[in-house]
Design a protein. Sequence first.
Length: 107
Amino acid sequence: MEMEHGYRGPAGGGAEGGFDCEEAIHTLYTFLDGELTLERRLDIQRHLEECSPCLEAFDFEAELKIVIARKCRDSVPPSLLDRVSRALADASGPGVGSEDPGGMSTL
Ligand SMILES: [Zn+2]
């Protein structure tokens, strides 16, 4: 067997359901918002089972959304939501310092 060298992405273009990574990620957000048909969800789930990069991305987003959704139901204080979004910003940025460097104290 010979592998082609035109390797693109982890799922390699031969998705059985006609579902590739780009579409999976794109649809993921709709999925998380609960605005997908059952059929569509199964398509995504099947893709995630075979594609770990997508699964990881999905896991992170899904967990976050679920946590937030649950906390919101229990009427979480907005300060916690603020902390979550800050943590996210921190995680994606290079800087790690979360304390005020400039001495701008907010009362
Ligand atoms: Zn994928």
